[in-house]
Write a protein that binds this ligand. Structure first.
Ligand SMILES: C[S@@+](CC[C@H](N)C(=O)[O-])C[C@H]1O[C@@H](n2cnc3c(N)ncnc32)[C@H](O)[C@@H]1O
Length: 180
C-alpha cells in the first residue's frame, strides 16, 4: 500500500519534471530559438571578432548551457551575464558555473531576455533565429550604449550594416559584428 503510494508520487514528480523541461524548451524555442549549442571554436571566433577585453561586460541572450559566458570569463577575462529561460540548459549552466567557481565573474539569470535591460553590456552575443534578430533590433537601438557591440552567429540584424563579417570560406558560417 505505502510502496504503491510512493511509486505513484515518484511518477507524478517525474512527469511534472518532464513537462517543465519540455515545456520550457518549447516556449524558448518559439520565443527566439531552440537550444542548439555552438562549437567552442565558433564561440572563440565570436569573442575575438568582438574584441572582448578583460573587465568588459559580455551578455549572452539565450545562454544555453553557459558555454559562451564561461569562455568569455575564463579566456577573455570578461564579466559575463547569461539569460536563459529553458530549465534544462539553465540547470546545466548553473552547475558548470558552480563547479568551476566562476561566480561573481559569471552570472546566470533565469529570465526572458526580451524583458531585460541591455544598457550595461559592452558586448551582446546572439545565436538566435532571424525572426528574433528582427524583434531585437529596436531593443538594441534603444538600449545598447555608444561603443557597445553586438556579435551574432549565423544571422544578421535586418536593416543594420555590419561593421565586420567574418566568413573565412564557403563552408564556414558567418559571424556578424555590429558596433553602435
Ligand atoms: C541557439 S541556442 C544558443 C545557446 C548558446 N548561446 C550557445 O551559443 O551555445 C538559443 C538559446 O536561447 C534560449 N532562449 C530562447 N528564447 C529565449 C528568451 N526569450 N529568453 C531567454 N532564453 C531564450 C533557448 O532556450 C536556447 O538555449
Amino acid at each position: 500500500m505505502i510502496s504503491t503510494f510512493i511509486a505513484s508520487a515518484l511518477w507524478v514528480v517525474f512527469m511534472a519534471l518532464v513537462i517543465i523541461i519540455l515545456g520550457t524548451m518549447a516556449i524558448a524555442g518559439l520565443s527566439a530559438a531552440p537550444w542548439v549549442p555552438l562549437w567552442k571554436k565558433d564561440i572563440r571566433r565570436m569573442l575575438k571578432l568582438a574584441g572582448v577585453k578583460p573587465g568588459e561586460k559580455v551578455y549572452d541572450l539565450g545562454a544555453g548551457d553557459g558555454r559562451i559566458i564561461i569562455i568569455a570569463a575564463e579566456e577573455f577575462g570578461a564579466v559575463a551575464v547569461g539569460y536563459e529561460m529553458a530549465v534544462l540548459p539553465y540547470c546545466l549552466a548553473y552547475i558548470k558555473i558552480m563547479l568551476k567557481r566562476l561566480k561573481p565573474k559569471v552570472s546566470l539569470k533565469y529570465a526572458n531576455f526580451f524583458a531585460e535591460d541591455l544598457g550595461d553590456a559592452d558586448v551582446v552575443c546572439t545565436f538566435l533565429s532571424p525572426a528574433a534578430m528582427a524583434k531585437l533590433r529596436p531593443k538594441f537601438e534603444a538600449e545598447i550604449k555608444p561603443g557597445g557591440r553586438v556579435v551574432s552567429f549565423a544571422f544578421h540584424i535586418p536593416g543594420w550594416e555590419p561593421t565586420k563579417v567574418e566568413k573565412p570560406n564557403q563552408k564556414t558560417t558567418a559571424v556578424y559584428l555590429y558596433q553602435r
